[in-house]
Design a protein around this ligand. Structure first.
Ligand code: BGC
Length: 907
C-alpha cells in the first residue's frame, strides 16, 4: 500500500510519502500555513504538493480523541475533521495512527473505506443555506413522510429548518399581491414532532446556538437509515454534556418514526429535564423567496394527552386534510408514566420529564411518533393512533429500517470499485430516491415524486417532467414502485383531459407542474422585483411533459412487459396524449409537413420569439421527435394487446380509426429545422438569433448559469439569443440511443451528415449555461454516446456532486434535486456499465471510466434477474433464467444461474 502520513501542527503540516508501507519515506514536506487562509484552504496545498504521486490511504498521526471521529485535529483554536476534508479532496480513506496501532494498517484502511462508502458525515456547525443544504442531504424518510435532517433541538430560524412532509399533502392559499390574487399550492410543512431538547436545573431549555455547542458530528448511516447527531455542549452555566440523537423512519409501518435521545452529564450530577414537543405552529418557511405569499397552511384543532403520550390534531386550511400526530415519551432509566408532565400551549403540546442524573452516567429517552392523515387508508382517530403508539418502540423501528435497507441494497445497490467518493455519492443518491418514494410502492398512497424529493419546499413539492429522469431507475430495480408513480398520473388523466379542453385541444395535456388534483400549478405571472411589473410566465408551455410521461409508460412496460398495466391504464394514457398532439399539429400545404407551435422545449430560457405577440415556439425539435416516437410506439404496442383490450382502451380514450390514420400521417411528416452542418435547430428560427459573448459575460458576472436573470436585469431577454439553460434539442438522444434517434429523424425525411452528433453536442454545449441540474447529466450521456469520455466524466462528476456541494449555491437547502440524482444512477449502469435495455434483449457494451476499477449491479428485465460484474476487460453476467444476451456486439446464450464471463471487452 502506498501511503502518506501527516501531522497537523499549529503552524505547519508535516507530510511524508511512503511508496510501500514497510519502506522508508521517499519524500518529506513541511507546508507552512498561509495565515490569510482557513485551515480547510491550507489543506488544499497538500494536494498540490503531492501531485503526481500515487497513494492509497493517509495516516493521521495526531488525531484528537473523540467518540465520533478519530481524524479531528485542533489548529489554532479551530478544529477540523482532516479525514472528511482529505477524503473529499484526495478520494482516499484517512485513518488515525491510534486505530492503526490497534488493528493494523490493512484492516484499519479497509474498515475506513467501507465506512466511507456507507455514511454521509458532516463535522462542525454550519449556518444559513449551507446548514439547510446539509439538512436536506441528511433527510430521513420512507416515501410516506420525511423529516429533514435538522437538529431535533431546532425550531425554524435563519440556520435551521426541521421540515416534515407527507407525500401528497398539499394546500392552496391565495395571496393578494398588488392587484393580483396569486394562488399557490404547497406541499405542506406539517407539525414538528421531532422536537426534543433538555435543560439543567429547570433553567431555560437548550437551543441550537454557536456558543454552547463545542463539537457536533452528524452521520447518516445508509445501511440502517439512522441519522445520528452527536454533540458536546457546554452551557453558559458551565454544565458540560454529551448529547446524542438518533432518528429514523419506520420502513414497514410507515406512519411511524422514532428518536432516541441520550444525554451524559460530564461534569455534574443533579437535575435534568427533557422536553419533547409536537409543534403545530409551523409554517412553510423553507424558501425565503416565497415568504411574500401566505405560508400558513395548518389549523390546530386539538391537543390531548394521556400519561406519557401527547396528541395534536389539525387540518390543512383549504384542502381540509385532517391529521393527527401522537408521540410517546419513554425511558429505560425512569418510570415515564409517572413522571411525564404535559403542558399545552396555543398550538403545541410539550411533554417534560424531570429526573436526577449522575456525572458520567448516560440516560436514554425514546420518542416514538405516529402520524396519520385523512388521505390515508388507515384511520387517523386517536384510539387508532394510541394503539399504534402502544406497539411502537425504537428497536422495532430500527429493525424495520435495517431490514428494508438491507433488501433495498440487495436489489438496487450499485457497487463501484476504485473510487470511494463516487461510491458514497451513488449510494446517497439511491438512498434519497427511496426516502422520496418507498411507501408509494404499497399502492395505498396517491402521490408521485416531486422534483425536490420530499426534502424541501422548492417548487412547492410539485411533480415535473423530472419524473422521466427518475422512473427508469425504479423500473429497473423496483418496478412496482414505478407502476404506482405512473398510477398517480393515470388518476389525473381526467384532469389532463380537462386541461387540454380548456386550452382548446383534444386528448390529454398533463400540466407542467402537478400537485394534488393534476390541474396546472405553474404560475401564469410573476412579479418582477426589479421593474415592479407582472411578467408572464410561460413555463407551462412545456407541453413535452405529456411526452415524458408517455416515455415513462413505455419504459415501464418495455422493461416489465406488464401487459395488464398497459391494457388497463397505459394504452389509454398513450392514446389520450397522442390525441392531444394530433389536435396540436397543423398541416402546411406549402411544405407538405406538419408543425407544432406554441410550445416550449426543456430549455426554460426560451419562452417566445422576441417581439412576438403569441407565446411559445414553433417546431421544438425535442417535442417533435418525441411526438413522432410516440406515434410509432403506439402503433407497435397495439400489436402487444389482444384486440378487445386495445379497443377498450381506445374507447376509454375516445380514440378512433380516423385518428390512427392521422397519427400515421403526422408521424413521418413533422417539421425539424436542420442546417447545412447538420445542426438540429432547437426550434424553428433558432439560427436567426444572435449569439452571446459568453466570455465577456463570464468575466463580468462570474457565474452565468442563470443568464436569464442576468439578461433581464440588463433589460434584455434570453428569448433573443442563442443561449440555453439546459439540454433541449438533443434530449431525445438522452432518452434513447443514437441509432433510434437517427432512425426517427430519417423517417421524418431528413438526412444528417457524418459527425453530426459531435458537432451538435459541441454547438449546444457552447450555448448552454447549465442553469438546471438536469443539464450536465444529459450532456454527460451525450458525450459518452459520442465517445468523448473525458468530457463525459467531467460532466458526470459535476452532476454527481450537485447536491453534495450544492453547486447552485443554495438550492439544495430547499430540497435535493432528485432528477439528477437518479439520472446519475442510470448513466452509471446504462452508459458506464453499458447495459442497454432498449431492445428486446439486453445488450452490454461497457465503457467504464478510467477512474473506476469495477462496477457491479443488478437489473430486472422482463421477469429475469440479472447480475452484472464489469471491469475494464471483462463482463460477467448471471441471470436466473436462460436468456439470450449481446455482449460487445456478440450474441451469447445465458444458462439459468450460470455465470457467463466474456473477456476482452476493453473500452
Ligand atoms: C428546470 C426544469 C425542471 C425544474 C424542476 C427547472 O430549473 O429547468 O427542467 O423540471 O427545474 O426540477
Amino acid at each position: 500500500m502506498q501511503l502518506i502520513r501527516l501531522r497537523i501542527e499549529n503552524d505547519a503540516m508535516a507530510i511524508a510519502y511512503y511508496p510501500a508501507e514497510d519502506q522508508a519515506a521517499t519524500a518529506h514536506f513541511m507546508i507552512a500555513y498561509n495565515p490569510q487562509q482557513g485551515i480547510g484552504e491550507n489543506l488544499e496545498n497538500i494536494k498540490i504538493r503531492l501531485a503526481g504521486l500515487h497513494f492509497d490511504a493517509a495516516v493521521l498521526e495526531n488525531g484528537l480523541d473523540y467518540p465520533f471521529s478519530d481524524t479531528i485535529v485542533g489548529v489554532n483554536y479551530e478544529r477540523i475533521d482532516v479525514g472528511l476534508a482529505l477524503t473529499n479532496m484526495l478520494n482516499i480513506p484517512v485513518v488515525s495512527q491510534a486505530a492503526v496501532e490497534q488493528d493494523g494498517l490493512t484492516a484499519t484502511v479497509k474498515a475506513k473505506a467501507t465506512y466511507l462508502k456507507w455514511h454521509l458525515d458532516y463535522y462542525g456547525q454550519y449556518d444559513g443555506v449551507r446548514n439547510n443544504g446539509q439538512e436536506a442531504m441528511l433527510t430521513v424518510g420512507n416515501g410516506y413522510f420525511s423529516l429533514r435532517g435538522a437538529y431535533v433541538e431546532a425550531h425554524a430560524d435563519k440556520n435551521n429548518y426541521p421540515g416534515t412532509y407527507v407525500a401528497g399533502i398539499f394546500d392552496q392559499e391565495t395571496t393578494q399581491i398588488k392587484d393580483h390574487a396569486v394562488v399557490n399550492e404547497d406541499l405542506v410543512n406539517l407539525p414538528n414532532a421531532q422536537f426534543m431538547t433538555f435543560g439543567v436545573d429547570h433553567q431555560p431549555p437548550f437551543t441550537i446556538n454557536q456558543h454552547d455547542i463545542q463539537d457536533v458530528y452528524r452521520s447518516l448511516d445508509l445501511k440502517t437509515g439512522i441519522l445520528t447527531i452527536s454533540m458536546i455542549v457546554q452551557l453558559a452555566s458551565g454544565h458540560l454534556l454529551q448529547v446524542q440523537s438518533q432518528k429514523l423512519a419506520n420502513m414497514r409501518d410507515w406512519h411511524r418514526y422514532a428518536i432516541r435521545y441520550t444525554i451524559t452529564p460530564m461534569n455534574f450530577s443533579g437535575s435534568l429535564q427533557v422536553y419533547a414537543d409536537i409543534d403545530g405552529s409551523v409554517v412553510n418557511g423553507n424558501v425565503s423567496r416565497y415568504n411574500v405569499f401566505d405560508r400558513h397552511h395548518l389549523q390546530t384543532l386539538g391537543l390531548e394527552s394521556q400519561t406519557n403520550t401527547a396528541y395534536l390534531s389539525g387540518q390543512t386550511k383549504t384542502s381540509q386534510i385532517t391529521y393527527t400526530i401522537g408521540a410517546k415519551l419513554t425511558s429505560p432509566d425512569v418510570e415515564t408514566t409517572k413522571h411525564v408532565q404535559v403542558t399545552n400551549q396555543a398550538q403545541s403540546v410539550r411533554q417534560t420529564l424531570s429526573l436526577n442524573v449522575q456525572a458520567g452516567k448516560t440516560v436514554t429517552f425514546d420518542k416514538n411518533v405516529v402520524l396519520r392523515t385523512s388521505n390515508d387508508h388507515a384511520p387517523e382517530s386517536l384510539p387508532a393512533i394510541n394503539d399504534e403508539l402502544a406497539q411502537a418502540n425504537f428497536e422495532d423501528t430500527v429493525k424495520s429500517s435495517t431490514d428494508y435497507w438491507h433488501n433495498c441494497w440487495h436489489d438496487a445497490d450499485i457497487k463501484i470499485r476504485g473510487d470511494v467518493t463516487s461510491q458514497r455519492l451513488t449510494r446517497v443518491n439511491i438512498f434519497h430516491s427511496f426516502v422520496s418514494a418507498a411507501a408509494i410502492e404499497s399502492g395505498q398512497l396517491d402521490a408521485s415524486v416531486g422534483a425536490r424529493g420530499l426534502h424541501g419546499e422548492a417548487y412547492r413539492g410539485h411533480v415535473f417532467w423530472d419524473e422521466m429522469f427518475i422512473l427508469p431507475f425504479y423500473s429497473l430495480h423496483r418496478p412496482k414502485l414505478a407502476k404506482q408513480l405512473l398510477m398517480y398520473r393515470y388518476r389525473r388523466l381526467a384532469a389532463a383531459r380537462q386541461n387540454a379542453q380548456e386550452a382548446g385541444y383534444a386528448g390529454a395535456m398533463y400540466p407542467w407542474q402537478s400537485a394534488q388534483t393534476g390541474d396546472e400549478q405553474a404560475q401564469f405571472m410573476h412579479l418582477n422585483p426589479i421593474t415592479d411589473t407582472w411578467d408572464p410566465d410561460n413555463s407551462r408551455l412545456q407541453r413535452h411533459v405529456s411526452l415524458d410521461i408517455a416515455y415513462n409508460v413505455w419504459m415501464y412496460y418495455h422493461i416489465t412487459q406488464d401487459k395488464a398495466f398497459l391494457g388497463q391504464y397505459g394504452m389509454e394514457m398513450l392514446l389520450s396524449i397522442a390525441e392531444f398532439w394530433i389536435s396540436k399539429a397543423t398541416y402546411d400545404d406549402q411544405t407538405g409537413r406538419y408543425s407544432i407551435a406554441g410550445v416550449m422545449g426543456p430549455d426554460e430560457f426560451h419562452e417566445n420569439y422576441p417581439n412576438a405577440k403569441q407565446p411559445g415556439l414553433k417546431n421544438n425539435a425535442y417535442t417533435n421527435m418525441m411526438v413522432a416516437w410516440l406515434f410509432d410506439t403506439i402503433d407497435q404496442l397495439r400489436g402487444d394487446l389482444a384486440n378487445d383490450v386495445y379497443q377498450k382502451a381506445a374507447s376509454a380514450a375516445n380514440f378512433n380509426g380516423q385518428l390512427l390514420n392521422k397519427m400515421d400521417d403526422i408521424s413521418h411528416k413533422l417539421t425539424l429545422e436542420i442546417n447545412r452542418s447538420g445542426i438540429i435547430a432547437q426550434f424553428e428560427g433558432y439560427f436567426k438569433l444572435p449569439t452571446l459573448d459568453f466570455r465577456a459575460y463570464r468575466q463580468k458576472y462570474g457565474d452565468i448559469s442563470r443568464m436569464d436573470r442576468i439578461l433581464k436585469a440588463e433589460g434584455k431577454t434570453p428569448d433573443a439569443y442563442q443561449v440555453a439553460k439546459q439540454a433541449d434539442a438533443l434530449m431525445a438522444f438522452y432518452n434513447f440511443d443514437v441509432p433510434t434517434v437517427q432512425k426517427l429523424i430519417e423517417k421524418l425525411g431528413y438526412k444528417l451528415p457524418k459527425e453530426y452528433l459531435t458537432h451538435n453536442i459541441q454547438y449546444y454545449l457552447e450555448r448552454t449555461t447549465h442553469g438546471s441540474t438536469l443539464s450536465r447529466i444529459v450532456y454527460a450521456v451525450l458525450n459518452q454516446l459520442d465517445e468523448n469520455y473525458d468530457q463525459a466524466w467531467t460532466l458526470f462528476s459535476e452532476a454527481l456532486f450537485s447536491d453534495y456541494y450544492d453547486i447552485q449555491g443554495g438550492t439544495t437547502a430547499e430540497g435535493i434535486h432528485l432528477g439528477v440524482m437518479c439520472a446519475t444512477l442510470l448513466l452509471t449502469t446504462r452508459n458506464f456499465g453499458g447495459v442497454s435495455v432498449l431492445g428486446d434483449q439486453l445488450q452490454v457494451n461497457p465503457q467504464l471510466p478510467e477512474q473506476w476499477d469495477g462496477l457491479k449491479f443488478k437489473h430486472t428485465f422482463r421477469g429475469t434477474h440479472y447480475h452484472f460484474a464489469i471491469t475494464h476487460s471483462k463482463v460477467c453476467v448471471t441471470a436466473d433464467q436462460a436468456q439470450p444476451i449481446t455482449i460487445a456486439g456478440k450474441q451469447y446464450q445465458l444458462k439459468a444461474n450460470k455465470p457467463l464471463t466474456v473477456a476482452d471487452v476493453t473500452n
